[in-house]
Design a protein around this ligand. Structure first.
Ligand code: AMP
Length: 267
């Protein structure tokens, strides 16, 4: 696996791959890779000829007071994880490489960005859409892989790709969970032992909400039940519990760590 740090080198390398007739799979991440990221890379490797993983903690998608400066990093571990999962290239640009000056052009996806995460983090999805658009333009992938863990992000990216005619197939991949049901997240490393022990409440709430729906209860009832279960956990501070279409989604803070999770109504 080759480590690349400049936009020019990454673009040139993938140009050569495409010229040789190889389809590029792209897996954008913020690093501190875990088994959820590895699953995306493995699926990309199974479906594409070459896989490029990107690691970039994108300042544009963090608001003041969020965890930009403390976001966990482990480049050596990430190199091993990405390579073992089947990546050929690892693009790790500095912030000054991606944003050498002021950013005057951003991509905002109305509608899909509203509510849920968008309500709690107002400029977050514009930051995400902008960096994903940049990475798509730099890498020119045939397919790009995103986790359902960030369900709303996946909808935002799909909409951007449709609206702006990116010739890219967006592939959504299922949530990878720990043995106790907690969705894998780079941010789990921040949890104290007691917070980690409380975190499974999110999935339990989602399952209870899903069961309520399948028993004929209304989406509002299911959402209220999820909110009640999360609020009953002393270490969890509920942010939201909602049912949108056939998706149940929750977010809560455990101490200073904010976790999100979601589940399909029919699974
Ligand atoms: P992040 O590094 O947290 O920005 O995540 C990079 C990509 O990995 C995003 O598309 C996430 O949705 C995906 N991802 C993160 N955690 C998981 C997980 N537990 N299961 C599946 N995909 C995940």
């Amino acid at each position: 696996m080759e480590l690349i740090e400049t936009i020019a080198a990454f673009g040139k390398t993938l140009d050569a791959e495409r010229l040789a007739g190889r389809r590029v799979g792209l897996v954008p991440t913020m690093g501190y890779l875990h088994e959820g990221h590895a699953a995306l890379v493995r699926q990309a490797a199974a479906e594409c000829d070459v896989v490029a993983v990107t690691i970039f903690v994108n300042p544009l998608q963090f608001a003041a007071g969020e965890d930009l400066s403390s976001y966990p990093r482990d480049l050596d571990g990430d190199r091993r994880t990405a390579e073992a999962a089947g990546a050929e290239y690892l693009f790790v640009p500095e912030v000054t490489e991606m944003y050498p000056g002021e950013v005057h052009t951003t991509v905002s996806v109305a509608g899909e960005s509203d509510g849920l995460e968008g309500a709690s983090r107002p400029s977050h999805f514009a930051g995400v859409a902008t960096v994903v658009a940049k990475l798509f333009n730099i890498a020119g992938p045939s397919r790009a892989y995103f986790g359902e863990k960030d369900w709303q992000q996946l909808q935002v990216v799909r909409r951007m790709v449709d609206d702006l005619s990116f010739p890219i197939e967006v592939v959504g991949c299922p949530i990878v969970r720990d043995g106790d049901g907690v969705a894998l997240s780079s941010r789990n490393v921040y949890l104290s032992t007691t917070e980690r022990a409380a975190a499974p409440v999110l999935r339990r709430a989602l399952m209870a909400g899903r069961d309520a729906l399948s028993n004929g209860r209304s989406p509002a009832d299911a959402a209220a039940l999820m909110a009640e279960l999360i609020s009953a956990e002393p270490l969890a501070q509920l942010d939201y519990a909602e049912v949108v279409g056939d998706r149940l989604l929750v977010a809560a803070r455990f101490g200073t760590t904010r976790l999100i999770d979601n589940m399909g109504a029919d699974r």
